[in-house]
Design a protein around this ligand. Structure first.
Ligand code: SF4
Length: 388
């Protein structure tokens, strides 16, 4: 079992603490049938769920798995889901792009998105014939909320002929207005491709200013951006990196490229969610910290029992709105269905398809560390001028 070391006081436990009242309130009991269905699953979660808590959680797990079979449903579990969801009921696990690809090809009638709303929209864009459900409509994202399709229209008017790339963490109406999407695994490849296609030496990359600055440090293309940020990753600082090195000598520090550039400058390695997981499983450092969402670190820890993990303690409040309880309610009541107007869906799909048509990268992009942070230009639009 991996050893989990909290980086700071007040770090939340990997899974929510539950009592038997959790299941009984939903009319579920830990009986012999539930035991038979779930006993073999306990070992997947024994790092995170005590034997005392298991009778409170097992009935929920059994009920969710039964509903999936009855309704021909699957659960797409993002890496930032708590380990009880990720390991015990998730049918497909991964980052937002991996999940979207599964959504497009899975043979199921219903997709339950274990993730936030823009991810559920992406599933619907790629799998319009399936019913896509999200257990809590309030599961948003600070990046997705920072920009609208109207904003992108204004950017296009202000910068005609300049290609606009959107990070996948945006709503369908934003994707519909952009030329192509990107992920943190392929952002440099997408930017360079679209610049060549448009014959432009500039590319606008929205909405994450930190991802854009980290990409700008790795390409000769001039990058302009939008003042969005992930409220989880923007909390990390170069001072945190220094404090971690002092408190945990020898720790290997890995950072997600949604972190500010001075964090990447100070880190040992940087890359997308998939790249960080690959780094840990391939290099098996003795002690590691992943400067990203804390449940991601817990889920990678579960796969790498010989590695000691310093837990980063930053949780995404939107991802944490998805629970085993509301997944059960979502499958029971078929709530909440995600829909997208067809014209927007088609245009958004074109932007995603443009990315998927690029040659598949052999492995996710490694972001360079140790580079001096670059300042890059923000786009100028009437709304930003008003907000300023
Ligand atoms: S971790 Fe950041 S980017 Fe991911 S859903 Fe939460 S706010 Fe959005």
């Amino acid at each position: 079992m991996a050893r989990l070391i909290d980086a700071g006081p007040g770090c939340a436990p990997p899974t929510p603490t539950r009592s038997n009242e959790t299941s009984t309130a939903l009319g579920l009991v830990y009986d012999d049938a539930v035991k038979a269905e779930t006993d073999h699953l306990y070992e997947l979660a024994s790092d995170f769920i005590t034997p005392i808590e298991w009778p409170a959680i097992a009935p929920l797990v059994a009920a969710v798995n039964r509903l999936k079979r009855e309704k021909n449903a699957v659960i797409l579990a993002h890496n930032y889901m708590t380990p009880d969801i990720f390991r015990l009921v998730g049918d497909f696990r991964g980052d937002s792009l991996q999940l979207a690809r599964e959504a497009a090809k899975v043979e199921a009638d219903i997709i339950v998105q274990g993730g936030v709303h823009f991810m559920a929209e992406t599933s619907k864009i790629l799998a319009p014939e399936k019913t896509v459900l999200i257990p809590d409509l309030r599961a948003g994202c600070s990046l997705a909320a920072s920009i609208t399709g109207e904003d992108v229209k204004l950017i296009k008017e202000t910068y005609p002929g300049v290609p606009i790339v959107t990070y996948v963490n945006t709503t369908a109406d934003v994707k519909a207005e952009c030329h192509i999407t990107c992920t943190s695994s392929n952002a440099v490849q997408v930017v360079e491709h679209v610049a060549a296609e448009f014959g432009s030496d500039r590319v606008i990359l929205v909405p994450d200013q930190f991802l854009a600055r980290n990409v700008a440090a790795m390409t000769d293309i001039k990058i302009m951006t939008w003042p969005g940020a992930c409220e989880v990753h923007e909390l990390f600082s170069a001072d945190d990196v220094e404090a971690l090195r002092e408190a945990h000598p020898g720790v290997v520090i890995l950072a997600h490229p949604e972190c500010p550039p001075d964090v990447l400058e100070a880190a040992d390695y940087a890359g997308s969610t998939a790249a960080l997981a690959n780094y840990v499983s391939e290099r098996a450092p003795a002690k590691v910290v992943l400067l990203t969402e804390c449940s991601m670190s817990d889920n990678v820890a579960a796969e790498n029992p010989d590695v000691n993990f310093v837990r980063p303690c930053n949780l995404c409040p939107h991802m944490k709105r998805i629970t085993l309880e509301n997944i059960y309610e979502c499958l029971t009541n078929m709530t909440h269905e995600v829909t997208i107007p067809e014209d927007i869906r088609i245009d958004a799909k074109a932007a995603i398809d443009a990315m998927l048509a690029l040659p598949k990268m052999e492995k996710p992009l490694d972001f360079e560390t140790g580079l001096k942070p670059l300042d890059i230009e923000l786009v100028s639009t009437p709304r930003l001028a008003v907000d300023a």
